[in-house]
Design a protein around this ligand. Sequence first.
Ligand code: SF4
Length: 201
Amino acid sequence: MEQYIKLSTLNDFIFCPKSIYYHTLYDNYEKNLYQEQAQKEGTKIHESIDNKTYSTSKHILQGVSVYNDYYEIAGKIDIFNTLTWELIERKTQIFLDKNKKPKIYLWYKYQLWWQMFCLEEMWYNVKSLWIYSVKDNKKYRIYKPSTNGLLYFENLLKKYRKFDLLQKNWKQNTQKCLKCIYRELCDYYIWEVYPQLKLFD
Ligand code: SF4
């Protein structure tokens, strides 16, 4: 395992720890070959950031690589405005739940905290964190971690570092496997979800 944890693997790890190994394998392939619709849309809205054409203003940092030595994490920020000190992560669209509240997944928070820790270690003052829902042009505030939030975040990093692909009796929810973009590579999928494909007992 690499010493620094990459932000791009965070979502995969939360979805399924095993998937980070396939994520690394797929790093060398054209994303279009394996991404499904939702991921393709996400990639599309980040194109201008990745190409650094989202803004020509000098006070907007876009797609900059960042890292944090203390947590040994690395990644790229989406947008950081050095005039307002706002850190913004763009998402294709934030939907509302049945109570009309925005569905802000835990990993969105971790993603922004991750970027914030990196920027702060580089002496940037991060004042506020935001998710920007591109399709409906809405912004949602994400608060900095509470003491408990920080403990969960640190615990996640510990789990990431400790995860052992070869550990016995490891289980995954097979419903997740059915939605997993790495399923065709994954032995767990073949053995647990489609045991009829087993050649040998
Ligand atoms: S197929 Fe299942 S076990 Fe394999 S990486 Fe995906 S979610 Fe994890």
